[in-house]
Design a protein around this ligand. Structure first.
Ligand code: ZN
Length: 250
């Protein structure tokens, strides 16, 4: 349990980073520079930036202008804490692969937020992440070619969908995200993530239409489904595939 707790603490710090990078990439700001209150623009000091705790100590308000701080700050910190804790629990030994997967879920966290908020997967986030993944895989992973091929297949599949549907429902960001998650998950987990994202996305879309929240043909961002499916594949992909393969093929 000690690795899991350690992972949780690291994850909460990464959660602050995820939220900051998501906001900054949507505002097209640089990623360096101190954190500040979005309302009064005052720079925050270190004790305003302790994950989860600061939010509750300050009662969810800015220390200076008393404007409300969104509940999404502590939620993202807790969410990233749980995910990173789970990652450390499942892989308790520090290795290049563990560090790479911490990086992988951090980037997925940022994309989840930006796509949910503005239906945007920023190039400033996803392109360097693809580059870093390629370098990591080339140096550390014996299955580099499998992962590269998985990424290309998923990205190519999305590209064909975009051409067929003339860009309705999916965008170039999804192509790049497909490449990234193919690299991060490899084969067969990357393909599993693709299938899970379509299942969950379709169920969600039908539910929205039935509940009359959306009309048929209206756009919902697909990135969040890809992110959730990728996380499930990362943590339980092998279990799901083993379970599935126990059944005789139809
Ligand atoms: Zn303020």
């Amino acid at each position: 349990m000690i690795p899991a707790f350690f992972g949780f603490l690291i994850g909460t710090i990464l959660g602050s980073l995820v939220k900051a990078l998501a906001d900054r990439s949507l505002r097209e700001e640089t990623f360096s520079g101190r954190s500040y209150c979005p309302k009064c623009k005052k720079s925050l000091v270190w004790f305003d930036l302790i994950p989860i705790l600061s939010y509750f100590v300050l009662g969810g308000k800015c220390r200076y202008c008393k404007s409300r701080i969104g509940i999404e700050y502590p939620l993202v910190e807790i969410g990233m804490g749980i995910l990173t804790g789970l990652l450390f629990f499942l892989n308790p030994i520090i290795s290049p692969s563990l560090i790479f997967h911490v990086f992988f879920i951090t980037i997925l966290g940022i994309i989840f937020l930006t796509d949910l908020k503005e239906m945007l997967i920023p190039d400033s986030i996803i392109l360097p992440s693809i580059g870093i993944s390629l370098i990591y895989l080339m140096i550390f992973d014996n299955y580099f070619l499998d992962s590269l091929l998985t990424g290309l297949v998923i990205a190519g599949f999305f590209l064909i969908l975009i051409i067929i549907t003339r860009g309705k429902g999916m965008g170039g960001g999804d192509v790049k995200l497909g490449m990234f998650l193919g690299l991060g998950l490899g084969f067969p987990n990357g393909i599993l993530a693709l299938m899970l994202s379509f299942f969950s996305g379709a169920i969600f879309a039908v539910a929205l239409i039935i509940l009359k929240k959306k009309k048929f043909g209206q756009v919902i961002p697909f990135g969040p489904f890809l992110v959730l499916a990728s996380l499930i594949s990362l943590f339980w992909g092998t279990n799901i595939l083993n379970w599935y393969l126990r059944f005789p093929n139809f």
